[in-house]
Structures are given as structure tokens and as C-alpha cells.
Design a protein around this ligand. Sequence first.
Ligand SMILES: [Zn+2]
Ligand SMILES: [Zn+2]
Length: 423
Amino acid sequence: MGAFAAAFLMLVSPLTPRQQSGGRQLCGCLGGRRGYHSVRAASNLAAVRPPRGRLYALKIQLESGSGAAGTSPRAILIPVFLQQPHRRYNALSGDWVLVSPHRAQRPWQGRQEPVAPAALAGYAPDCYLCPGNRRANGEHNPAYSGVYVFDNDFPALLPAADSTMDALPDGLLQAQPVRGECRVICYSAQHNQALATMPLSAIGAVVDVWAQQSAALGERYAWVQIFENKGELMGCSNPHPHGQIWCMDALPNEAAKEDRQQRAYFEAHGSLLLADYAQQEEAQAQRILLANEHWLALVPFWALWPYELLLLPRRPVARLPDLSAPERTALAALLQQVLVRYDNLFDTAFPYSLGWHGAPFGAGAAHWQLHAHIYPPLLRSATVKKFMVGFELLAEAQRDLTAEQAAARLRSLPAEHYTLRSA
Ligand SMILES: [Zn+2]
Ligand SMILES: [Zn+2]
């Protein structure tokens, strides 16, 4: 039996008395009837007890030195998981991801030079999002300042229900009608801005519009997907800072998976899956990128994309409109700090897809915790992108860089945007 197999067995074995009280090791429980059990401080090791019933323990050990708060030792994933192939469970989606940290020791191909960004002006005459400009459908944008929302000229969904269209349940051939709307949100009138470089008050205005739009569209649709596709690598050719909203009267696949997982967890444990998860991440600390009074930004344990992030409020919040004013202000600050670090990673305007997942509208929301995902495609330079192809398309998502390595790399970056750094 290889080292990994032994480690895996150790991972899924119930705690033994030795492990419960074991020296420099302690256990963070992943399950149990009463939900999450926080990892205790070293002085409190003897108090760590598994819950009764089924239990699978993740062995972690204490790392000497200071933790994220700078005061206490922190618990870390055991080193074998940072070196050997393993699979991680995404508790939020129910999917698994293959992690292959040993491949990070492959010969280094050399960092490619960043692509020098074209200097952009604050206004572009040929941009269909700039104030006053003509759009593809012939309409002109108003001379807006601040945030501007309009209906997408080429929507993927249409609001009018066609009465001639019924669900098609023809054996294995199933189809159903869908109703929806698509909107565009210009974050700024300035063509050369981005969320990472906008003033905090302007980012706060975007957060407010996200919440307003979500509330308004939620009156008509079950799912309101607010998202931003940034950068040509993500298929977005217009650099004008903007996001989108697509809403529909059905739950899309990702929402349905997360709804199922969060509901099942809530029914089994009486607590929120993502709140318990955040508590466990805070105890381990090693995947946390940033934290403020109201929010956490972390590389999720189950991340697929190299520098994927999850943004989580620190109290139960079902949807964007439920955020308080201080939480919105704190979110603007967190977003800015996160996106500046992204840009600083390869000294480039870092591409990503960012999107919000709040509770579906028109149904109970007690099981759901609001969160944002950020999925960036870049791997090791401004031009080297991760592809989801081959094994990943046909079998399971896979990554080489561990979530812990990604978080450490992001944490090490300066808080000041690279374009503001003195040469
Ligand atoms: Zn523009
Ligand atoms: Zn989600």
C-alpha cells in the first residue's frame, strides 16, 4: 500500500483516542450529527471530542508561529496532502476535484513576459458602453455618470412567454420553455477604469446597484445571476468596466446543485453549510486571503481554478438586498483589495468571471448563504491559461497548484496596484 493510500485511510478513519489527545496533532471534524466542530487552541486539545455517530476526521497539525490573527498557532492540512495526488470534495456543489501537487515539481517553463496593456483613454468613440455612444441596435447611451444599467441588445433570454410553447416530455427528449431578461451594468462612465482601480465609493455604488437589481428582478424571476466577465481570455472583448445580469424563471444547473447541497446540510445539521465552512476555514487560516469585519475572501478547499476565490459574509445573509450599509461598504473594500492583488499577481489586468449566488427567489431561503465566486483562468503568467479539456471535460476537474499554495501566493502580493508603484 502506497503512502497516499495509507494517508487516505487515515483521512477517513474514525478518530482513535491517541489522535484525540495527540501531541502536536489535532482533528478538525468534517461531519457529525451536530455539524461543525471548531478546531481548538493547542492548550485545549484534550477538549476536542468527536461527535457521536458517523465521523470522518481530517488530520491536521499545528504549525508553529503566528496564525492569520498573528497571535495563535494555526492548524494546517497535513503535508502529505500538499505533495501527493488526492481528490477534494466540493461540499457546495457535490462535485469532486482531482489535485495533483506533485506535478508542480515539473520542469519550470519560465515565466512569460506580461503583455504590455494598451494605454486606454477615459473615453473611446467606438465603445458601445461609453456615455453618449451609439449601441449596436441604434440606440444612444445617455450622458451617464456613475453606474448605468440597460437591457442587453442581444439577450440570451426573452421575457415574453410564448403560449404555443409547452414542456416537451417526449421520453428521453425533454425540453421546457424558459422566460428571462438580460441586462448590462456599466460600472463607470470612464472607459479605462476597472473595479480594481475605481474609488471605494464608486465600487460601493456598484454593490448598491447589484442589490437593487437583484431585488427588482427577483420579484419576477426565480434566479437572478449577477456576473462579470473580465478580459479577452474570458471572451470579453470590450475593456469598458461592466458586468451583466441574466435572470430566468428556472434554477440553472449550478444554482440547483448548490440549493440541493445547502438544503440537505441545513436539514441534517440545523446550521448553514457555508457558515460552518467559513468557521472551519478561519480555524485553519491557511486558505484565507483577506478578512474584514463583515467579509472573508478565501481560496476554497475545493477550488478548481488556480486562483479561484470565494467571498463570504460573516453572518447569515440570504441575498444581496439583505446586506446592511456597513456590509456593503466592507464588501467594496474587500473587492478592491482582492482585485488589486489579482492584478499584481502577473502585473496585468487580471481576467476573471465573478458572480453572485444568493438564495433563489420565491422559495424559502433559510438554508442558503449568499456568496460570490471568482474564477480566473490564468495559471503562471499573464498569458498562460488553464484549460478545462481532456480529462477535465471527460472525467473530473484537476489542478496542480494546491489551494493552500494559491492562497499563500496571493497573500504575499502588495496591497498597492502595480500601475501605481513607482518604477
Ligand atoms: Zn467605453
Ligand atoms: Zn455558489
